[in-house]
Ligand binder design. Structure first.
Ligand SMILES: [Zn+2]
Ligand SMILES: [Zn+2]
Length: 237
């Protein structure tokens, strides 16, 4: 029942609730508990049973252990490659690492440029996950419209629950400045890898060039079209 196809569309909800069996077939959604274990895509979010049985850190669906958690919890700047490799074992992270970034988000990032995105990333992290006991924790990071959202889902900095699981940071306290700096680095590495076309200072992009493709969810099926749009807008720099 937890199983979902890798080709499922993305979703605007990040509720993490389990998928109920309904008679009507709805489009499959990626949630933070989705798994596709046969294809190497798991979910390490703990369940109460896993806590009781002292089995946290394993995949909640198939029980596989793939991540050296003490190593990831160290949050070392010079070991980010291992953290990124580990994150990609989780379906939700893998999905956001690879899905095409929507046009609105790409335009936003191109306008800001690398410098602007760095400031925005730090700001976004402080606002969305910086404080202790956030009232809407788990729902504060949308699924599209800003490349920082993609980055946060891909790096498990989308909510404090994910940050507890992945980085061992207790939920009931503010993040430290050192932690903000580390997570800003993770987010920016995602941005730089996924949006290599960004300039340092940002570009002027007229409004008319944007429109289109911003309203629709970027389903995997729609990606070739989206990609075409992106390439065209990149070419008209
Ligand atoms: Zn699994
Ligand atoms: Zn999260």
């Amino acid at each position: 029942m937890k199983k979902q196809e890798g080709s499922a569309s993305s979703s605007t909800s990040n509720s993490g609730g389990s998928v109920k069996d309904k008679p009507k077939l709805k489009p499959l959604k990626i949630t933070c508990t989705s798994t596709d274990c046969d294809n190497g895509l798991h979910c390490f979010k703990r369940t109460r049973k896993m806590v009781e049985e002292n089995k946290t850190g394993q995949c909640r669906s198939c029980g596989i252990s793939l991540v050296d958690w003490p190593r990831v919890h160290e949050r070392k700047m010079d070991d980010i490659a291992y953290t990124f490799k580990s994150l990609r074992h989780e379906l939700i992270r893998h999905h956001f690492w690879h899905i095409e970034i929507d046009e609105k988000a790409v335009t936003h990032a191109r306008r800001k440029g690398r410098k602007g995105m760095l400031l925005a990333a730090e700001n976004r992290l402080r606002k969305s996950v910086g404080a202790a006991n956030l009232p809407f924790d788990g729902r504060q990071t949308p699924m599209l419209g800003n490349s920082l959202f993609y980055a946060q889902h891909a790096t498990a900095t989308c909510c404090r629950k994910c940050m507890f699981e992945w980085y061992g940071i207790e939920i009931g306290r503010d993040l430290t400045e050192e932690e903000i700096a580390y997570f800003t680095e993770l987010v920016m590495r995602f941005v730089n890898e996924r949006l290599p076309q960004l300039t340092e200072e940002g570009e002027r992009i007229p409004r008319t060039a944007v429109r289109r493709a911003t309203k629709k969810q970027p389903t995997l099926a729609a990606q070739p079209a989206l990609k075409g749009l992106m390439e065209r807008s990149n070419a008209s720099k």
